[in-house]
Write a protein that binds this ligand. Sequence first.
Ligand code: V47
Ligand code: SF4
Length: 395
Amino acid sequence: MPQAVDFNLSRLRDPALRPIGEKLRRGERLTEADGVTLFRSSDLLGVGSMADASNRARHGDQVTFAANQHINPTNICVLRKTCVFCGYARLPREAGAYRYSLEQVMAEAEQAANGITREFHIVGGLDMQAGLEYYTTMFRALKAKLPHVHIKALTAVEIAHIARIEKMSWAEVLIALREAGLDTMPGGGAETFSEAVRDEIADKKLGGADYIGVHRTAHTLGIRTNCTMLYGHVETIDDRMAHLKMLRDLQDETGGFLAYIPLAYHPDDNELGEKLGRKGTSSTGFDDLRNLAVGRLYLDNIEHIKSHWIMVTPFVTQTALHFGVNDIEGTVVREKIYHAVGATTPQGMTLPALLSLIRGAGKVPAERDSFYHVLRVFDAADDGVAEEAKQLAST
Ligand code: V47
Ligand code: SF4
């Protein structure tokens, strides 16, 4: 049961939101129909104020982030032709295709020797030449060199791909990866679960039920994961709510999700964007904020709602801190996936820039580990950040 939240109903301009505000005050769970109402309402401030009240009741003014580094070891992907929303993947012999050798991965990871980075976020394409051994060797080498860095790696889709090419079960793959150093899994690959949507945007990709199945297997093995939803393409509001319901149901069952991250579709340099005539028109700030707020209100059993500033811009992320968000994507270092499809945001953010983004919204920044334990709170007096910034600049 969600907790009862102190909320002033007079903040709601749209009368349709009132029964939802009352549920919030009573600590009652929202239904899918409530979710649809939240998505349909133009009273964004009303929706946001409920999400904000719910977020404050859990996290106060604290906003967390992790000092992380994204590594994308291969962009070669068997679904290159069928995930029409993706601009990152390549066929093996196509211009721009790459697969890192172990030495290249280690060279990229070298930046984490700065002692500041605490998490690698490792995802890539479904590459026939990148099977279980490719990743177990990589994770072992990373852990040997940088044992303090957490490995959050491989989406449910990649796990299922490895299982298929190795003729192993999902559980066997996950156990082998965990033995090699995998700590948690990111939430990518979910897109939107609706079959009609998948037929149109990701025809051959692992279906929604199997995405949930891989995460359930991971949770059962004690591997925590994140979850996502890709929005702003061809999905309907009902599709969004059906997707969120599947996430909430699994969380009721296992409690294994750490965070939910709604991902805004970018239409540049991909076939879908071309087909929809959407070049240069990303999701709107209005819809970005609404997706985050609905995530906070409907997914009452997922503690952390994360805004990915690379996708929705640092400006929207900063505003989102008043729309139910308590966590933001970290320092990242070198992002490739969205920069292949038109993201114009920086590829990484320095620690001082992250702190000032959070403080600029009147919030208190806190660095966390990958399990959301707070490591240090940056109160205004001292953050020791100038020194770290110098170190980072020199790495
Ligand atoms: O699954 C691909 C998305 C996802 C496009 O778990 C696109 O902490 C927008 O899941 N427009 C991968 N999105 C990234 C991801 C993620 C990111 C940050 C943090 C975490 C986490 C997970 O990127 C894919 C897909 O949904 N993507 N192409 C595109 N054109
Ligand atoms: Fe491959 Fe993932 Fe891109 Fe689909 S979204 S083509 S699975 S890299």
